[in-house]
Design a protein around this ligand. Sequence first.
Ligand code: SF4
Length: 453
Amino acid sequence: MQSLVEKYNVPGPRYTSYPTVPFWKNNSLSVADWLKTIERNSNTFDTDDISLYIHLPYCESLCTFCGCHKRITKNHAVEGPYIDAVIKEWQLYNEQFNFTPVIRELHFGGGTPTFFAPDELIRLVRAIFNTDAIDPNEAELSFEAHPNNTSREHLEKLHAFGFRRLSLGIQDYSPTVQQAINRIQPFEDVKKVHEQAKQIGYTSISHDLVFGLPKQRMNDIIDTVTKTLELRPDRIALYSYAHVPWIKGNGQRGYDESDLPQDNEKRSLYEKAKSMLEAKGYIEIGMDHFALPHDDLAKAFQDKNLHRNFMGYTTQNTDFLLGLGMSSISDSWFGFAQNEKSTEKYMEIVNSGVIPIFRGHVLSELDLEIRGYILDLMCHFETTLKADSPYKEVQDAIIGRLTEMVNDGLVVIEENKVCVTEIGIPFVRNCCMAFDQDLADKGQRENLFSKTI
Ligand code: SF4
């Protein structure tokens, strides 16, 4: 395993989309062209189901490991105007849709959604759904909860509206690591929010952990996973820390590269956590996720219904993800579009009555075929090459690029079927890279992605 980690730990995408964002072709996609891809979606697929992602960007302080689009402020006067803008953006889309969207899932991400007062969040969902509460069986509602500022009022009011899922950002419980990443949150505080949420009736609680953080050592991972198991969340995300200071600027320069566990040491942190979680009944799902067998994510993985989009893994297999708020990315299956990344500019454009995208990509037929393969691999660790594909040469080239992984026992190819083996699972991103036509055409470019392991 050790030499495989050294061999395959190269910069590579996380494949929440294909083509990946750095290879999008339309740096100034027009709103009209973007809307045409949505129209193609509604003309192609039977349902009007959509997923909604709402980005709530404000945080009170900067965590130095953070790779999200956020604005740091302690001024809570920003809440109202921002929520107004998101509601307005939703209205702008509804004026353009030639169908009535049925929202199957909604997720508040950030930033820190719980930076916002509970009543502001409720005002937002009331305006989106046009009702005072929704049936949790009709739509899956979830939010990211910062353990340091999620109040009982947040939990109660969102639950009363219909929210049943939340994810708590944990990272690591070691005081040394917490100091290095400037995010101090003792276990007792997390425990309090977790237990309140359980008591109120949330049915799926996720804990987000990160491995590979600065100053993180094996004992820290063991202690963090032990504490996590004490609370036994339904889902656990175990993300690899993505060190990309050339993209994220000063936020990730608060520590030295020598503080970071590298290659084999980093991978062994993951392997240790994984073995501890599996020993307690968690199932590894896709890449870097675990769930207890009763959880919908585990069931979807076992039933091969798992889906992956810009929000990560999801059980709701809708064909259209609409992202609202600054920097959000939307996916109409036939196209991608990203909103303005500056909060001020986002609000200014929305308030002038214009959909605030600034770049995107319209997928070619080849893009669509390859995105299907990559989605299969990321969700199910296997895919079948289309027998009636007009892109046989591309398929042959993919098989050629997989040869080394086959020789290393990471991938098995039988006729048209490509399967990632048990030992190949940590290298699934590398397998997807063999399918990635943009990487094949343009080569790996430095400083675009974090390392795959
Ligand atoms: S990790 Fe979360 S709370 Fe911390 S700065 Fe990033 S978005 Fe804000």
